[in-house]
Write a new protein. Structure first.
Length: 138
């Protein structure tokens, strides 16, 4: 839907990190926005986007007019590539792997922490952490 738009205008005064701005950047859609949330950081260095410093209709209208006169898409997609679902899943799996690998106590560590080990405990009773690769593909 955003590919059919000429620009995005953000006039909300209470936002944290507006999803709509990230979506517009992913579509290379020019943005005119008031100073809200992290929009200033998101638009920094992107030609074709304008940040207005007040919410007066005249100020916003002037920025809209300048942006529409440029009549071109922006280069914003690269600024949000780190938010791609595949990238985020890979990072999350890496975090879980590192936690699982660092939290497996060795027998020496378990004994030094006062963990009781029963002589009746057979090797088949010991359970390891689930394999993340097989869980991820289910």
């Amino acid at each position: 839907m955003m590919y059919a738009c000429d620009l995005l205008v953000v006039t909300s005064l209470q936002e944290g990190s507006p999803t709509i701005v990230k979506e517009a950047l992913a579509c290379n859609l020019p943005i005119v926005s008031v100073m809200v949330g992290d929009v200033r950081d998101r638009l920094r260095g992107i030609d074709g986007c304008e940040l207005v410093f007040d919410d007066r209709p005249e100020t916003i209208a002037a920025a809209i007019e300048r942006t529409l006169r440029r009549d071109c898409r922006i280069n914003g997609r690269n600024t949000v590539k780190h938010l791609d679902e595949k990238v985020l899943v890979e990072k999350l799996v890496a975090i879980y792997r590192s936690v699982l690998l660092s939290s497996r106590p060795t027998p020496h560590v378990a004994a030094s922490q006062g963990a009781a080990v029963s002589k009746d405990c057979a090797a088949s009773d010991v359970h390891s952490a689930p394999d993340l690769d097989s869980a991820h593909t289910r």
